[in-house]
Design a protein around this ligand. Sequence first.
Ligand SMILES: N[C@@H](CCC(=O)N[C@@H](CS)C(=O)NCC(=O)O)C(=O)O
Length: 236
Amino acid sequence: MNPVLFYGVPSGCSIGSVIALEWIAQPYHLCRIEMLQHPWNEVYAKINPRMKTPALLLEDGASLTESLAILQNIGGRGIDAGLGFQQGTREFDRLAEMLSYLTTDLFAAFAPLWKLYDANETSGPTKEVLRKLGVESVNKEFSYLETLLSDRQWLLGGSKPTVADAYLFAIGRWAEYHKVCNLQESYPNVYRYLHRLGEDPAVRFALDIEQGKSVKDNGSFKGHVTFEELSARIAQ
Ligand SMILES: N[C@@H](CCC(=O)N[C@@H](CS)C(=O)NCC(=O)O)C(=O)O
């Protein structure tokens, strides 16, 4: 059976894996998790006991968690399309380096802002501290990305996007989501990069899915599956 990606909404990092699956254009299913609706389906604990998204249920029934591992897995299926690279090559190392940066330092930079969002704190000292920490750390990482993207079209500098670009789209859009800065003014290279990606048909498809719109069969997305439909496969 096809791999199943469990993706979280709203505005989760999972959309990076959906974009990557679209780019490799091989059959896959999706299982949607409304992250704000608690508790999540308890069956998901068998897929990821840490109850985080994304997770990938593989063809043999094993599950893979952590965006870095999932994106490397998808990239490995898309080597011919230049989305990932053969282990042992310089490009593979560069991709691992970039994915590691994105899933640790960049992801963590937004953590205070997500804590604030979860706490739903509208005023007071906690809000001020979390907002200050988040804005500072995101600006620091975006300054780095701004320089990096000044001389290249894609993150790794090649002529085509890789799975790292799919993930940066997912995370980079959080700067506007949390109103950290005026992206166009402060980081024009990052702004142009994200907007160019936003025009990509696979990215638009993934955004439509995230927003719950009905999407047309495009040959690789084989539809959503429910936990009930997956129960036999997950129980193994
Ligand atoms: N280290 C994990 C982080 C995953 C993560 O924190 N995912 C968020 C969405 S972007 C999530 O599931 N949040 C739900 C929650 O914490 O309740 C990865 O890179 O995949």
